[in-house]
Design a binder for this molecule. Structure first.
Ligand SMILES: CC(C)(COP(=O)(O)OP(=O)(O)OC[C@H]1O[C@@H](n2cnc3c(N)ncnc32)[C@H](O)[C@@H]1OP(=O)(O)O)[C@@H](O)C(=O)NCCC(=O)NCCS
Length: 186
């Protein structure tokens, strides 16, 4: 990482995706994507609260920029040694370009750095794209929350265990080689 990137707290990836902490100034662009991709989008207030909690260490939220444009974002809540992925989305016009994978890899590395051993999340039964992404990272279905979304659609609860192992670090390096420096020697 260059000195400038470190100063800006931005990390350039091989594919030109620049990852950094989510800030209030990102929320206008985030809302454009959020409203397109979720039936019940988070409000600016919800994001603002999450960003505030990130400053206190209970959350971690990131954005991805490419060519100066916000193309994705993601975040998680950390409770003890578990990280709960709360949101991950990429620009509908930039799908299958590796943005989701890069964002999730960043969350997983951060969870490891914070001492977590597991990742968990809920996903709509119909959300084949997201399930495909989670499967790549080793998430497995562990249960169903019935009518979790809009009191209609079921959620699959997924877990990914043992993220604190050398084997999982290797998996992350394989998934996102451009991020390999993030993991150090473990
Ligand atoms: C889920 C989401 C973040 C994936 O973002 P993306 O930038 O397209 O993901 P990537 O390009 O990094 O794809 C990574 C992997 O996910 C899987 N995947 C992504 N889109 C897929 C699709 N439409 N069908 C099947 N698998 C898919 C594939 O395994 C893919 O790897 P590959 O391209 O090498 O085959 C994106 O579809 C999205 O924003 N969806 C709306 C928001 C959402 O549902 N978030 C999840 C809430 S639980």
């Amino acid at each position: 990482m260059s000195v400038l990137s470190r100063l800006l707290n931005r990390e350039p990836s091989a594919r030109g995706l620049v990852i950094g902490p989510m800030r209030r100034r990102d929320l206008t662009a985030i809302q454009v994507i959020e409203r397109q991709v979720y039936p019940q989008p988070w409000s600016v207030n919800v994001f603002t609260n999450e960003i505030d909690m990130a400053k206190q260490g209970q959350r971690y939220y990131i954005v991805g920029y490419r060519g100066g444009q916000l193309v994705g974002y993601a975040g998680m809540m950390i409770v003890m040694d578990e990280a709960h992925i709360t949101n991950i989305a990429s620009d509908p016009n930039r799908r299958r370009e590796g943005i989701g994978r890069r964002l999730l890899a960043d969350l997983a590395w951060e969870a490891r750095h914070r001492g977590c051993s597991s990742l968990t999340l809920e996903v709509r039964i119909s959300n084949v794209a997201a399930q495909g992404l989670y499967h790549q990272f080793g998430f497995e279905p562990a249960g169903i929350r019935q009518k979790y979304y809009e009191n209609t659609e079921d959620a699959i609860v997924m877990w990914c265990h043992n993220i604190d192992t050398h084997e999982y670090a290797d998996r992350l390096r394989q998934l996102c080689p451009e991020m390999a420096d993030r993991g150090g020697s473990t």
